[in-house]
Design a protein around this ligand. Structure first.
Ligand SMILES: [Zn+2]
Length: 254
């Protein structure tokens, strides 16, 4: 294993190959006003394994069946097949169920390393030395703000949670139609969730290894990438911070 000259990390783990910096300037969708109490979340319970409350899909609902279907097909070992839209199912619903599932997974993965991600360790939200993210949600915060990674991730996860809790966006009842802009919002959610994976991989992989969570992280990320590739949900340039890893995960075995 060689050491990457740019950041001193092992090459197999270092993914800092790209050059541009990006700032989050997305302003294309509206959301309910962010709940102030969530915004003031201060990482009070650091021993918790979950960063934000898990979003539950009600047992007995069609979406719950879809989630169970996803879990069952994942067990088959063929990820490309597992992420495909099941026969006769609605694409919006399939994307909705999986988006909720990815939020829960990332929530838990980040929850395990919050002790390592602090104002001191991560004064800016980054994914390696080449990528820095500034937070804006387009509604409450229009001008992107530079903030620490824990603060950024708190903003990000709170924002995602607000979207998932919005019944007009993520209807849980059968027969309630999805909004016309659902897919565009889902894409923004997934694009932002990707940044949490990117931050964990670039800044906290040592902690992940220490906690022996790397297989879990890799499996979750691989599933995420196969899913977004299947439906073309995230622009390639947004995935650049983890491009090497993505290539490794998606070409080695399918
Ligand atoms: Zn961090």
């Amino acid at each position: 294993m060689r050491i990457h000259s740019g950041c001193g990390k092992f090459a197999a783990r270092c993914l800092c190959t790209t050059r541009t910096r990006t700032a989050d300037r997305d302003q294309q969708q509206s959301s309910e006003p962010a709940r102030q109490e969530k915004m003031s979340f201060l990482f009070g319970n650091r021993s918790s394994k979950t960063f934000k409350p898990k979003k539950n899909i009600p047992e007995g609902s069609h979406q719950y069946e879809l989630l169970k279907h996803a879990e069952a097909t994942l067990g088959s070992g063929n990820l490309r097949m597992a992420v495909m839209l099941p026969d006769g199912e609605d694409l919006n619903e399939w994307v909705a169920v999986n988006t909720v599932d990815f939020f829960n997974q990332i929530n838990m993965l980040y929850g395990t390393i919050t002790d390592f991600c602090s104002e001191d360790s991560c004064p800016v939200m980054s994914a390696g030395p080449k990528y820095e993210y500034h937070w804006a949600d387009g509604t409450n915060i229009k001008k992107p703000i530079k903030c620490s990674a824990p603060k950024y991730i708190d903003y990000l996860m709170t924002w995602v949670q607000d979207q998932l809790d919005d019944e007009t966006l993520f209807p849980s009842k059968i027969g309630v139609p999805f909004r016309k802009n659902f897919m565009s919002v889902a894409k923004t959610i997934l694009k932002r969730l990707f940044r949490v994976y990117a931050h964990i991989y670039h800044q906290h992989f040592d902690a992940v290894m220490q906690l022996q969570e790397e297989a879990h992280l890799n499996t979750s990320f691989k599933h995420f990438i196969f899913f977004v590739q299947e439906f073309n949900l995230i622009d390639r340039k947004e995935l650049a911070p983890l491009q090497e890893l993505i290539e490794k995960l998606t070409t080695k075995d399918r």
